[in-house]
Design a protein around this ligand. Structure first.
Ligand code: FES
Ligand SMILES: [Fe+2]
Length: 455
């Protein structure tokens, strides 16, 4: 285990650099780091699988991935949602090859074993004749994903049976999820299918971009300013609060309004007839924050992000929720999964108009989306050489995460939980997220040290 002994030395130096707001460029592209991330982060933390509206009735199913683990998510006859490894326990082939659908049972395409919605093996071709009567079918059901839990309709899975409960893992993020997902009666629903596309980027770059980077908006998305869609004020995406939460999570609560300027339409421009629902479903502090917010954008560690923006012009404003999963396909590649969610209680005309706004902006062919992913791919291109890859921390390859460090102090008057800073142009979430990354990555330092002589 040579890589473990090498990594331990690197981690010791890293902590100190991170405290100074510095991060080496190689953490984004190093293949050994990536292998270790799969083991120490993705095999232990909660990963998003689906929204419950994607599984509307018994027999509904979707297929998903937890990095390289294929997952079959099913609503059973009793209405429960179960998740299995989408791999036949006979010889391991992919059991279900469709993205979604409705079935009474799943039959394997290789030798025809059949499983019911609860994952039980119910049919074996030529059963007793080839295996004998002693074949114990109840021992050969589908293998369940060790943990499946949900919050506000969002279903998460965890490969670690001993992981902390999802409720604890999300912590104070739940307060903000209540606003974003639980504000209206009936909650949110997914419209259409999740769109997917592959980008040459590291998963941490997508995470960073949504978690704490409103700073890029004025430059990367400059064309929207030139077209008059976004304001000229270079600070506009910074107005509001950046909130650092536990376990690597973070959210930007953006007002997009300069102090002293007239406030934008309340509640993200949502129709006034929906406001009484917000008052029913949220508490006074949540309402206070929601009323002033134009955009919520953030990330749930490790690879789930969300963006709840407002599109359109006065009188025709639309808000929706775009949920993003950054599925790693290697150190330099991700498959982006993008869901469109909308308030179930909104009118059909509103939902349709908001969906069009999403497709034109953050969908795979949307103008804003293309701006970002092009830049992320260039990070990979620029990080492969000797200078970027050198593990010598005194070498000049440390990137700048200094914005606001020791200069911007928390705003104690902010009504929401977490450590809230009075601007979104800040690297506070980035620093906290990468510190959590380091905490998870260095968890097995001691036992790895014992194996350090192996090579
Ligand atoms: S691999 Fe599925 S039945 Fe043989
Ligand atoms: Fe962007």
């Amino acid at each position: 285990m040579l890589k473990h002994s090498v990594d331990n030395r690197i981690f010791q130096g890293l902590r100190e650099k991170m405290e100074q707001g510095l991060l080496p460029q190689w953490i984004f592209t190093d293949p050994h780091i990536y292998e270790l991330e799969l083991e120490r982060i993705f095999a232990r933390t909660w990963q998003f699988l689906a929204h419950e509206s994607e599984l509307p009735e018994p027999g509904s199913y979707v297929t998903r991935w937890m990095v390289d683990d294929p997952v079959l998510l099913v609503r059973t006859n009793s209405g429960e949602i179960k998740a299995f490894l989408n791999s036949c326990p006979h010889r391991g082939t992919l059991l279900c090859t469709a993205d979604f659908g409705k079935k009474k049972a799943f039959t394997c395409p290789y030798h025809g074993w059949t499983f019911n919605l609860d994952g039980d093996l119910i049919g074996v071709v030529a059963g007793d004749k080839v295996y004998g009567e002693e074949m114990k079918k109840d021992e050969w059901g589908l293998r369940p994903i060790p943990r499946v839990e949900r919050y506000q309709g969002m279903i998460f899975g965890n490969l670690d049976p001993a992981a902390m409960p999802l409720d604890d893992y999300l912590g104070d993020m739940k307060w903000y999820m209540d606003i974003i997902l639980g504000r209206s009666d009936g909650g949110m629903e997914v419209r259409g299918l999740p769109q997917r596309w592959v980008v040459h980027a590291n998963w941490k770059v997508g995470l960073e971009n949504f978690a704490g980077d409103p700073y890029h908006v004025q430059t990367t998305h400059r064309s929207t300013v030139e077209l008059g869609i976004s304001p000229q004020d270079p600070l506009y995406a910074g107005y509001g609060h950046q909130v650092v939460l536990q376990n690597g999570h973070g959210i930007n609560v953006i007002t997009a309004t300069a102090p002293g300027k007239p406030q934008r339409p309340p509640y993200q421009g949502l129709p006034q007839e929906m406001w009484p629902m917000f008052e029913r479903n949220l508490n006074a502090d949540q309402l206070k924050v929601f009323a002033k917010t134009t955009v919520f954008v953030g990330s749930i560690y490790p690879n789930l992000s969300f963006n709840s923006p407002v599109h359109g012009s006065e009188g025709h404003l639309h808000n929706y929720l775009n949920v993003r999963l950054w599925r790693p396909l290697g150190p330099e590649k991700i498959e982006i999964w993008s869901w469109f969610l909308i308030d179930k209680a909104a009118s059909e005309a509103y939902k349709e108009a908001a969906y069009k706004g999403y497709v034109g902006s953050f969908g795979p062919s949307g103008t804003l989306e293309q701006d970002d992913t092009e830049i992320w791919a260039r990070i990979v291109h620029a990080s492969k050489g000797h200078m970027a890859r050198s593990k010598d921390l005194s070498y000049n390859n440390l990137l700048n995460y200094l914005m606001g460090l020791e200069r911007v102090l928390p705003d104690e008057t902010f009504p929401g939980p977490g450590v809230a800073y009075p601007t979104c142009y800040l690297d506070a979430i980035h620093r906290a997220t990468h510190e959590y990354w380091l905490e998870l990555m260095s968890k097995e330092e001691e036992s790895a040290g014992e194996n350090g002589c192996e090579s």
